[in-house]
Design a protein around this ligand. Structure first.
Ligand SMILES: Cc1ncc(COP(=O)(O)O)c(C=O)c1O
Length: 306
């Protein structure tokens, strides 16, 4: 169960958690068109709470609205302020923030230009998405039978609610098969991403990840990892990857706001490297946690104090 908090912000006001309801005719509920994002706030070693890359997440939310042709009712600045306020109102020193812009009730059918646009911002406490053990020792992943959307079937760069049925189906299949996470190939058979994470591999000391022309979400954590790895002197190549490159990798890891930096120790029942967390993955994970919640102050522009 979600770790319930006191208040949820909807359309300009904070209301009690249990009162944050929508009508069953809500357009987004029927047809899936809505925009959302997810970000984390961490309590850092100085005691302060900071939202990690708030601006980048709100920018992606608004970019998703743009691509979906949903007219948001609030500006970037207003949404950023409400995110901070939601944490304050709920007295949270760390947590996950979920802004969502969706289309409400009114007319029924596919084309409803007059239906109201609603905005909600929700915060809850969310521990390690795939579990503490996953962060420490890595996960077992399986390439699923569900392909990631073709780039022209959906909007790979949008964090659009309805698109996530694809992720849910892939994740269910992986879990029911006894694995921790699904890795998805794109419609052409190249490696895309996890059900809710971007993917990286390491081979002979070089880090690879699918480039942005692939059917992947432009992950904020992906960008963070590329930046940090290059700062640490590592080589990162953005390129198309094949399934067998995954199997032959020395290291594989997933990145995401929820999943943070999760090592993958096995793909399709094949051990990755020694079947343990690889050295580059470990270094990147350590630096990442030091930046988001430790004392590494090398990227103040990524931190917004609550
Ligand atoms: C499908 C998918 N890919 C990648 C990511 C990682 O994105 P980010 O690092 O911005 O959270 C997410 C999570 O938001 C996701 O849902």
């Amino acid at each position: 169960m979600v770790d319930k908090q006191k208040k949820i912000w909807i359309d300009g006001e904070f209301i009690d958690w249990d009162e944050a309801k929508v009508h069953v005719l809500t357009h987004s509920l029927h047809y899936g068109l809505a925009a959302f994002d997810g970000m984390r706030a961490y309590q850092r070693s100085d005691g302060g709470t900071y939202v990690f890359r708030l601006g980048a997440h709100i920018e992606r939310l608004l970019d998703t609205c743009k691509m979906c042709m949903i007219q948001p009712k609030f500006t970037r600045e207003q949404l950023e302020q409400v995110c901070l306020e939601t944490l304050r109102v709920n007295g949270m020193s760390d947590g996950y923030l979920r802004p969502m812009v969706f289309i409400g009730e009114g007319a029924m059918g596919i084309y409803v230009p007059q239906n109201p646009v609603h905005t909600a911002i929700i915060a809850w406490r969310w521990g390690a998405y795939l579990g503490d053990e996953a962060l420490k020792n890595g996960i077992r992943a399986k390439i699923g039978s569900f392909a990631r959307h073709h780039i022209n079937v959906s909007l790979s760069k949008a964090k659009m609610n309805g698109q996530y049925t694809n992720s849910v189906l892939a994740k269910r299949e992986a879990k029911l098969g006894g694995y921790d996470e699904a890795i998805m190939l794109d419609a052409n058979g190249y490696v895309s991403e996890g059900s809710g994470e971007n993917i990286f591999i390491v081979r002979r000391g070089v880090i690879y990840t699918p480039d942005l022309s692939c059917s992947i979400l432009e992950g904020v954590t992906r960008d963070t990892v590329i930046t940090l790895a290059r700062e640490m002197g590592m080589t990162v190549v953005e390129t198309r990857l094949t399934r067998d490159q995954l199997w032959l990798a020395d290291e594989v890891f997933l990145t995401g706001t929820a999943a943070e930096i999760t090592p993958v120790r096995e793909v399709d029942n094949r051990a990755i490297g020694q079947g343990t967390v690889g050295p580059l993955t470990k270094q990147i994970q350590t630096r990442f946690f030091d930046v988001v919640r430790g004392s590494d102050a090398s990227h103040p522009e990524w931190l917004t104090r609550v």
